[in-house]
Design a binder for this molecule. Sequence first.
Ligand SMILES: [Zn+2]
Length: 69
Amino acid sequence: MALITCPECGNSISEHAPMCPHCGFPKKTTGTDFRDPPRKLTLKEKMFILSIAAGLLLFYAWASGRLFG
Ligand SMILES: [Zn+2]
């Protein structure tokens, strides 16, 4: 069992430990046993962001129309 050095506290921790037992630092390993694919927005989240953006745009148009129209 190999030991690596915690980047946070410098203590030796097991390479298989999900986090440092000394400081709780979550280990992002370069090993193959811990896959962390890049975060991708789901369709639902995209629609949510789009609806908020559209709502803001509509509100801005409405507000500026009220103020300057
Ligand atoms: Zn640590």
